[in-house]
Ligand binder design. Sequence first.
Ligand SMILES: [Zn+2]
Length: 81
Amino acid sequence: MLWIECPNCGSRPFEEFRYGSVFPVTPDAITDLDARNVDYAWMQDNIQGVTLERWFHESGCRRWFTTKRDTTTDQFLPLDD
Ligand SMILES: [Zn+2]
């Protein structure tokens, strides 16, 4: 079973969480607000490897948090690694 470490509740089963998105990074180079918003909402990199992601603990504390996950193994990693 896959477990996720919630910063508020500790280690909990994967089924309690909802995936949010890759942690949003707004590019500085794009100054057109419409283009930047389209990139923000729709242009995901689908990274193979370690990513920063937003998760929601839906069946627990009902808070959003940021975590690291290796998309090739689905292993969650500490943020300070
Ligand atoms: Zn929680």
